[in-house]
Design a binder for this molecule. Sequence first.
Ligand code: ZN
Length: 271
Amino acid sequence: MNASGHHTAAGRFRRWARTMVAHRFGDAGARDRGGSAPEIYQSSTMGALLDGVYEGEVTIAELLTHGDFGLGTFNRLDGEMVVLDGTCYHLWSDGTAAVAAPTDRTPFAAVTRFRPGATIKITGPTGRDDVVALIDKAIPSENLVHAIRITGAFGSMRTRTVMKQSPPYPPLVKATEGQAETRFTDVAGTLAGFRSPDYEQGITVAGYHLHFLNAARDGGGHALDFRIDDGDIAISTASELHLSLPRSEEFLTADLRTSHLGDQIRQAEGG
Ligand code: ZN
C-alpha cells in the first residue's frame, strides 16, 4: 500500500468505509460459522467451452455436493443448466425445463452455497442495464465473485438455449450461431448466476452471466435481456475459488490461448 493509503485523511476514510461495508454485508467473504468460506466450485473453463470441449466427467450428483446454486451446461452442449435451492434443472433448446438426472454430466458448471448478504428491492419496471447498475452499486468490490439471485415478476424475458452438438464439435461461436431464442412475457421466475471479475474472463464469463428458470420450473434459458417489474435481488459474495480442471484428451489438447477470447465470449454468450 502506498503512503496515501495509510496516513492521509482520505486513507483513513477509505479504511473506515471498508469496515462499514464489511459490517453491512455481514459475513460476505468472511469465514462462516462452519469454518469454511463460501466457495465457488467450477468445473472446467469458459475458454475450453469456446474451443469445443463439450464433454466432462463431473456428474450432476457430484456437482450438487459443491453447492446449491449456480449455472452451467450439459455434455454435448445439450441445453442450459440452472441450480436453484439444491436442485439442478435441465433447460432445453425449445425453452422447456425439467429436473436434471443425477447421472447427467457437465463440461462446464459453477456452483456455490448461496448465502444472501445484500438484498435490493425492485418495485417498478426495471430493464437489464438498470438492474446491473443497481447491483454494481451494491457490491462491496468488483474484484470478488458475486452470486446473483433475482426473483420476481418479469414483464419480459428473452433467453437462448444451446443445442445438442455432435462430434467433431464446432467451437462455441459456431454452435451458438443458429441458437434458439425464447421470449417469455409476464412470467414469474428466478434469474440465477454470477457477476465475475474482469480478470476471470476466459476462466468464466467476466461480468454478468445469468440463467432464467420460471416459477413453474418448466421453462427458461440463458438470459439475453429482460425487464423485471417487481422482485428481489439477493447477492452472495464469495472469495474462495475451486477450479476443477478436466484431464480428458480434449481438454489437454484444447487451444486455450487468450487472444480474442473476450470477443468470442461476447459473441457466444450475448448480453
Ligand atoms: Zn449461459
